[in-house]
Write a protein that binds this ligand. Structure first.
Ligand SMILES: Cc1cc2nc3c(=O)[nH]c(=O)nc-3n(C[C@H](O)[C@H](O)[C@H](O)COP(=O)(O)OP(=O)(O)OC[C@H]3O[C@@H](n4cnc5c(N)ncnc54)[C@H](O)[C@@H]3O)c2cc1C
Length: 530
């Protein structure tokens, strides 16, 4: 079963070694475990529904509660403190296109708003009902999850848009194929959600992010069905497929999507290279990416993230031995870890590893083999469970992300980390910040910073701390000329920063598109743009 007020399955726990907990306490001070409210207490706050009865709509209070928030930090504070205030009035689980059509008509007739819901893993407030005077219907797509068509010859498969990561991959893998799309939220996020938020996966360097993988589909809008044929390429005017990507539920409900898959690779490997410092690692990464090697992942951690990963990993004797070896090669406190993934024919992955190591050596890089890479691969979906463990200890953890060109990467990392580190200095609270470059491109890179801070005994104060941190980070991103999101999207939390990026005319174009498909403004209002 999924946790109702945290991340992931109730049966999975991330156990933090005691030395690792001590490491965090040394950095931030002792955490005070918060007093979280119980499910029973929160259920009592769910208001009476304002929606009329309909056979496709559930009014069950637990269902309404579990669809009320996503996974952002404000969502966590609301769920853990019981201060939700607003819930969807009903939740529907359509099975067919005509069910979705019927639900849109029902929403129009009842004067309601619709929130399309995939896996509810949004971290920017995408699926939260707004404090509106009208009823809210959440449409959970999880039952529209079937493999509809498999076109082996064209390397395309069509799925119900509500299919989640593991089910989609299982269907493709059973046929010797893979989509290769692995956001860290893979276990619970869905194909429709990935498309609507322009998601990137951990191996997107090799397989492509969702904008490359999404070939076409069907969207039920308040004005009728929008069909997007899955052409391999087209010069027939502006690309409607591109317009649907990142639409965040504002145009309609994506009911099915066709994706471009690839054959399962013959081999797949992950290994680590350590650099003397971040600048040298960055330069090596920039050169490696320009070689267009068959790599699936390049992920470069700053010194602070490298140190944090080593301390949190446990295995103290192994890490001590590694650090001794690196120290002999003059890699000390500023050392940075680059994780490399490679997939394809065995001869090709071997050859690409040789080239990567050769380039890395030029920048003082030391190849340490596959054990770290394999450990990362094995635990890549376990890491988010650390949020639950840290919360119980009295620490909150969140991330911010952006992308910018190579000439600005160093300055952006510096500005982002500084902004976050200083954001709570006025109240004497420390913030632990660490960063990695998660997706490298020939023109630049995405930048992903994690910040950990202490939870206050008053949930409102915890929220205020987060608001200061988020505003400091977003303002730094805008000031340094980065995009306000590389992969998480806009939702509510990034909305006010969007204009700086799109300009007045750009915002007007998006707004007009929403109005064209949804003239009455019933689709997920208050998200993406005002
Ligand atoms: C621990 C964790 C790790 C994460 N890691 C990553 C990562 O590595 N990469 C990444 O890109 N993101 C990541 N995310 C963010 C999140 O998982 C993505 O934004 C994901 O794409 C959301 O998918 P979902 O199915 O959960 O959508 P939801 O959260 O349910 O919805 C997100 C938005 O999509 C819309 N939507 C959903 N389904 C449909 C549909 N069928 N039709 C129309 N609109 C729809 C919703 O209305 C909403 O606006 C992470 C989140 C968490 C909590």
């Amino acid at each position: 079963m999924k946790r109702w007020n945290g991340w992931g399955k109730e049966s999975v726990t991330y156990l933090l070694p005691s030395r690792a907990a001590q490491f965090l306490e040394n950095l931030l001070g002792q955490g005070t475990p918060p007093r979280d409210v119980s499910l029973v207490e929160v259920i009592q706050t769910v208001q009476v529904t304002r929606l009329p009865v309909h056979p496709l709509v559930s009014f069950d209070t637990i269902t309404r509660l579990t669809h009320a928030r996503g996974q952002s930090l404000p969502d966590w504070v609301a769920l853990r403190s019981g201060k939700l205030d607003i819930f969807p009035d009903g939740v529907a689980f359509p099975l067919t296109h005509s069910d979705v059509h019927e639900l849109i008509s029902y929403a129009k007739q009842s004067g309601s708003r619709i929130i399309p819901y995939g896996g509810g893993t949004s971290v920017v407030g995408h699926i939260n009902p707004q404090n509106d005077m009208v009823p809210v219907l959440t449409v959970d797509m999880s039952r529209m999850n079937r493999l509809i068509r498999f076109d082996e010859k064209s390397f395309m498969a069509t799925f119900g848009a509500g299919v989640n990561g593991p089910d989609l991959e299982a269907q493709l893998r059973a046929r010797g194929c893979t989509l290769g799309h692995y956001p860290q939220s893979f276990e619970h996020s869905t194909l429709g959600g990935w498309i609507a938020t322009r998601s990137s996966g951990q191996l997107s360097l090799g397989y492509g992010s969702i904008e490359k993988l999404f070939a076409g589909g069907r969207m039920e809008t308040p004005l009728g069905m929008l069909e997007i044929p899955p052409f391999p390429a087209s010069a027939a005017g502006p690309d409607i497929r591109e317009m649907v990507l990142g639409s965040e539920g504002r145009y309609g409900i994506l009911t099915e999507a066709t994706v471009r898959f690839t054959s399962l690779p013959e081999s797949e490997e992950f290994y680590a290279v350590f650099f003397p410092n971040f600048e040298q690692g960055c330069e090596a990464g920039r050169i490696i990416i320009s070689e267009h090697l068959p790599l699936s992942m390049l992920r470069l951690s700053t010194a602070a993230e490298t140190e944090t990963s080593l301390r949190l990993a446990g295995h103290e004797r192994l890490i001590a031995a590694l650090e001794k070896i690196l120290s002999l090669r003059k890699l000390e406190r500023e050392k940075c870890m680059l994780l490399v993934g490679s997939s394809g024919a065995e001869t090709v992955t071997k050859m690409s590893r040789k080239i990567v190591v050769k380039i890395a050596n030029r920048y003082g890089g030391v190849y340490i083999g596959r054990s770290f890479g394999s450990h990362w691969y094995k635990n890549r979906f376990l890491v988010p469970y650390l949020r639950n463990t840290l919360w119980a200890m009295g620490f909150a953890v969140d991330t911010v992300e952006t992308a910018t060109s190579w000439s600005k990467v160093s300055a952006m990392v510096h500005a982002l980390e500084l902004a976050l580190r200083d954001a709570l200095s006025d109240i004497g609270e420390r913030v632990h910040v660490f960063t990695h470059l998660s997706h490298l491109y020939s023109t630049g890179s995405s930048i992903y910073s994690t910040f950990v801070f202490r939870i206050a005994s008053d949930p409102d104060e915890t929220l205020t701390r987060w608001q200061k941190l988020k505003a400091a980070a977003c303002n730094a991103i805008v000031a340094q000329g980065g995009t306000i999101s590389h992969q998480h999207g806009i939702g509510v939390d990034h909305m006010k920063y969007l204009q700086a990026e799109k300009g007045e005319l750009g915002i007007a174009m998006v707004r007009n598109l929403c109005k064209t498909l949804d003239p009455e403004g019933i689709m997920n209002p208050g998200k993406l743009i005002e």
